[in-house]
Design a protein around this ligand. Structure first.
Ligand code: HEM
Length: 94
């Protein structure tokens, strides 16, 4: 709640997650000045947030993108991860 908005393009502590599935890592225009070098480099190296990469990132953010600055330990439960990704893919409009 405090860190991301997935229903609008408003950034918080972290970048907005509207349309993040399929987006290149570190590429939200409005957050370019705030990403870590690690996240921008990962995107420049070709990391795209498809479902498989998101699942790995949400399980272990610091393993998937070393030195990224998201202060989140990760999710341990595979069902939770699948549900979060389904939520991120869903059309936020009513
Ligand atoms: C289930 C919960 C979370 C999900 C699904 C999630 C998802 C993501 C994703 C996909 C990115 C990469 C975005 C991009 O490349 O544009 C990201 C980055 C980020 N997230 Fe989260 N996040 C979660 C929890 C959190 C929490 C709790 C915080 C704050 C304490 C946070 C803060 C950030 C920050 C600051 C970044 C940018 C990292 C960097 O530039 O190194 N996130 N998050």
């Amino acid at each position: 709640m405090a860190c991301h908005d997935a229903a609008t393009d408003r950034d918080k502590v972290g970048p907005h997650l509207l349309g993040v599935v399929g987006r290149t890592a570190g590429s939200a225009e409005s957050f370019l000045g705030h990403y870590s070098e690690a996240m921008k480099s990962a995107g420049a190296a070709g990391l795209v947030w498809d479902e498989a990469n998101l699942a790995e990132y949400l399980k272990a953010p610091k393993l998937k993108v070393p030195s990224n600055k998201m202060a989140f330990g990760g999710l341990t439960n595979d069902d939770d991860i699948a549900n979060v990704i389904a939520y991120l893919k869903a059309d936020p409009k009513p």
